[in-house]
Every structure is written in C-alpha cells, then in structure tokens.
Design a protein around this ligand. Structure first.
Ligand code: SF4
Ligand code: SF4
Length: 512
C-alpha cells in the first residue's frame, strides 16, 4: 500500500455532491524540479532565468498572440460565467482556487491585459491587469504545471476556451526565458538524441524484443515475432517506448504482435523511430514537436512501409492524428519531395496514420481474428477514456469512433464489461491526473489528488459490478494509475491495456 505524506482525498459516493470549499494557495508550493541549463540547451532553450527575462517573456507572448489566433481569442473571450470552475480534476482534488480553469487562464490573462490592451496599459487596476513580476512568473510555474492539458474544461465552456492551449503558451514563454521543467524537457532531449523517451539504444531494444519472443513462445507454444528495422514490411508500428518493458504496457505490445501474427500482416518496429510519445506537445513547442515527429517520416521512407500504425498512447495519437499532416506530411499531400515520396509509397486504402484499435477492430469485423472470450472471465472490465484520444482526436469513419472502437474490441474479446458513470467517460472523461507533463514523482501530491474524480467513478463500478480491471489506451494513464491506484486502496494491477485483453483471449495458429 502506498503511504502518502499528504492527505489523500476521500472518495465519496458518485455523483459528486460537494464542490470543495476553496483553500487558497493549497498547492502553490508544489513545483516540478526545474530543468538545468544543459537540459534546456538540449532542446533549444536558454537556462537558467535569462537577465532580460521580462522583455523576452513579453516579446514571446506577443509572438504567440500573433501566431495563434485562438490564443488571442481565448484571452479576450472569457465572460467569467463560472461554468468551468468545478470541471478540473486538480481543483476538485486540491481545492486550490487557482486550479479552477478560469483562474488558471487569469494568470496569463491579467498579464495580457497589462501589455496588450489599451485599458490595461492606462487603467490597469480598473480592468484587473497586472505587471509580469517574478512572483507572477513563479505562480505560472506552479499552476501551469498543475494542468494536464486534458481539455475537459473546454467542453463545458460556452465559448470553447481551451485552457490547455493557454497552458502550452505559458510553458513556451517560460521555456523561452529559461524556466523549463526538468521532467518534460529532459525526456524530450533523450528523444532527440537517442530516439525514445527512455533513452533505450537500438541493441537494448533488440535484446528486449528477443526476450519477449521467447516469453510468448514459452506461454503459447507459437512463434510470434517482434520484428525491428525490417525493410519492405507492410506496416511500421510506432508505439510508446514504455511498451517495450514497463508493466502493464508490455502486455499490449505482446497483444499487437499476436494480432499481426494471426492476421498474417508483415510489420516492423523501427530503432530510429522507437517512440510514439512526443512531449513537444506538452510544452507547446512546434519546433520540438516537429523535430520529434520527423524521425517517423524518415523511418517510414527508409523502411519502405505501406502503412503506419500507432500503438496505445493518448497524446501520441493526438499528435499523430491531429498534427502529423502539417508536421511531417503523413496523412496529406504536402509539397516537399519527401512528403510526396511518402504519399506515393503509403497505401491509400488505409488511414494514415491508423490507430492499432482501428486495425484490430477491422480484423475482428472481417472475421480474421477469433477469440476464446472466457479466458478473460476472471476480469470484470471498465474502460477509461484517455483525454487526448477523447478530446483531441478521433478514430474510424464516424463521429465518436474513439469512444466506440475500443469498447467494441473489449466486448469482442471479453464477456464482462461495465462503463463508469456517463458524465465521467466519453467527451467528459476525467483525466488520470498524470498527463501533459505531470507524470513525475516531484508532483506526486498533485497526481494523487488530481486522480480523485476518476477514482470515485471507479469505486462506483467496483461497488456495483465488482469491476477488477480498468482498460486504457494510453501509456501515461497506465503509468499514472499503476502508481496512484494503491493510494486509493485499489490493486495496482487493475490497470491494463485493451490489447492486453486481446492478448489473453486471441486464438493463435502456427502459420504465416
Ligand atoms: S487540467 Fe484539464 S480541466 Fe484542468 S485546467 Fe487544465 S485543461 Fe482544464
Ligand atoms: S466557462 Fe469559459 S467563459 Fe465561463 S469562466 Fe470558464 S473559461 Fe470563462
């Protein structure tokens, strides 16, 4: 059982009746470790705080307001209606009023008013404008790293104001003045240098995959392969590096391999592009996001694959689905020669990119895959919609496909499934509490408290239906829940992947 050095929120009966009584500054002291100068430089930012930080910050804000029309609209559009105030899991879990989405935005909005509006320049007190001081910047560092960029608040805002974009802009400004976060920026540097978030070099990867092949053979008696760097394979699988050896992630990787085996689809991983995750999204850095994503285009061209399939990872799927086209040319006809070459190479009969769940459900519907569903009978399953899949992307050819497809797979491979309360799933899903750059031990209190609304909804289906397995299609959700579930007296092995369930019940044949 995890022992907390802080008060773990009480899980109360759902639906939530009590909006917490506010506790000002309850979490102002919770700050991630700052990035060192070396880490900052590795991803193109200065560090520590530069001498002329004030000018750099205001110039950067002006640049972002010009570059992103949405940000300028968000700065002006809020009418302080309050609809978002109780929608953030970090506010519900910490009671700190600055974790209300509108208050989080206000940290930037008051500075915006001061430097970018007429009234704010000449009558700052009248319009709630404030100078950008070191104290304000410190507040930014606390509270913009207590936002997982989950976008739940934007669903309930009548103007669709997206706090996640405000958070990304604030982080970009902080990075520009040398105030970066160690966790995200160090990982991004590893991705640029080595090719994955874990810093796993090619030979270690190969070794891990060979070990997994042996494990599957021992378990099933069937020689399922884990190919890497195979030129001419049909599919390039881009998956989070956590899938290579973290638990429970690796169980899903085994599931993908079994699906490819049984469907007779030739596939490969890539040592050049051994990471689906792209933390450039979390810090709002287009340049870093593009640099990370370009590895995938390079690998696809080098290996000559016909399809690109993405494994179980929420923010990675958002980047792939929503941004790869403009970042790398995957998914549309760009103008540079590499993009044109890639478009000519990819098979137009398949979406580019395609989610592994789309591929698996297609194969199930075609009758290519068969299952012994009773092998999952020891599990009563629920499904956690991950934020970036739910509110930042889609799957399949129907609106809401991202909600339907994973559930259809679960029902095809297992007998016992129960959804959590409607308002906590689908578009209104609650974040796991660890997304968007929060999955670091220095923010454990924020992570545990932010997980409370999801734990509450889970407790309900545990009590009503004896649920003992929560499936997810996100590497961060899996890592976060593995750590946080014990704080709420759940077993850490309750969390697992959709393809972990596929892996358990798929019928394998000696073939192909
Ligand atoms: S964590 Fe999610 S709900 Fe909370 S402010 Fe950020 S985007 Fe909004
Ligand atoms: S719901 Fe939208 S308009 Fe209303 S306070 Fe929140 S951000 Fe402002």
């Amino acid at each position: 059982m995890a022992v907390a050095e802080f008060e773990v929120p009480k899980v109360q009966p759902y639906p939530l009746v009590d909006i917490p009584k506010i506790k000002p500054d309850a979490t102002v002291h919770l700050k991630s470790f700052p990035a060192s100068e070396k880490i900052q430089e590795g991803i193109g930012f200065p560090g520590p705080l530069v001498d002329n930080w004030h000018k750099v910050a205001i110039d950067k804000m002006g640049d972002l307001l010009n570059r992103y029309r949405s940000l300028a609209v968000y700065m002006d559009a809020c009418v302080h209606c309050g609809a978002c105030t109780d929608k953030c899991h970090y506010f519900l879990g910490t009671a700190d009023p600055k974790n209300m989405p509108v208050a989080r935005q206000e940290l930037m909005r008051k500075v915006y008013r001061r430097y970018f509006t007429f009234a704010g320049k000449y009558f700052p007190k009248l319009v709630g404008a404030a100078d950008l001081t070191e104290d304000v910047l410190n507040d930014w560092y606390s509270y913009f790293y207590q936002c997982s960029e989950c976008r739940r608040c934007s669903v309930y805002c009548p103007y669709g104001i997206d706090t996640a974009e405000v958070t990304m802009a604030a982080r970009e400004i902080m990075d520009a003045v040398g105030m970066g976060q160690k966790y995200t920026n160090e990982i991004l540097g590893k991705l640029h240098r080595i090719g994955n978030n874990l810093g796993l070099p090619g030979p270690a990867l190969l070794d891990t995959l060979e070990g997994l092949e042996e494990d599957i053979l021992e378990d099933t008696g069937v020689a399922v392969k884990m190919p890497i760097d195979v030129k001419g394979a049909e599919v390039l699988l881009i998956t989070p590096s956590a899938d290579f050896f973290s638990e429970p992630h690796v169980e899903s990787l085994i599931g993908y391999a079994k699906v490819f085996h049984e469907a007779g689809i030739s596939w490969t991983l890539s040592s050049l592009a051994s990471e689906a995750g792209n933390f450039g999204l979390f810090i709002g850095s287009y340049e870093n996001m593009r640099r990370a994503a370009m590895r995938i285009r390079e690998a696809a061209l080098e290996l000559g694959v016909k399809r690109i399939v993405v494994g179980e990872c929420g923010h990675a799927w958002r980047v792939a689905y929503s941004f790869w086209n403009t970042l790398t040319g995957v998914g549309h006809g760009g103008e540079d020669e590499f993009t044109r070459a890639l478009q000519a190479q990819l098979d137009p009969r398949y979406p580019a990119p395609q989610h592994i769940c789309e591929m698996t459900l297609d194969l199930i519907n075609q009758g290519v895959l068969k299952f012994d569903k009773e092998k999952n009978d020891h599990r009563t399953i629920t499904f956690h919609d991950s934020c970036n899949v739910a509110r930042g992307s889609r799957m399949g050819n129907m609106p809401g496909g991202q909600f339907v497809i994973p559930r259809e797979i679960i029902k095809a491979v297992a007998n016992n499934f129960h959804d959590m309360a409607d308002e906590t799933i689908g578009e209104g899903t609650f974040c796991c509490g660890g997304g968007g750059g929060i999955l670091t031990d220095d923010l454990m209190e924020v992570r545990v408290k932010g997980a409370m609304p999801r734990m509450q909804a889970l407790q309900c289906v545990v009590d009503e239906h004896q649920v003992n397995f929560m499936a997810a299609i996100c590497a961060i959700c899996k890592a976060q829940f593995s750590k946080v579930l014990p704080y709420y007296k759940f077993d850490m092995s309750m969390i697992g992947g959709v393809h972990q369930l596929v892996s358990t019940s798929i019928r394998l044949s000696e073939k192909k």
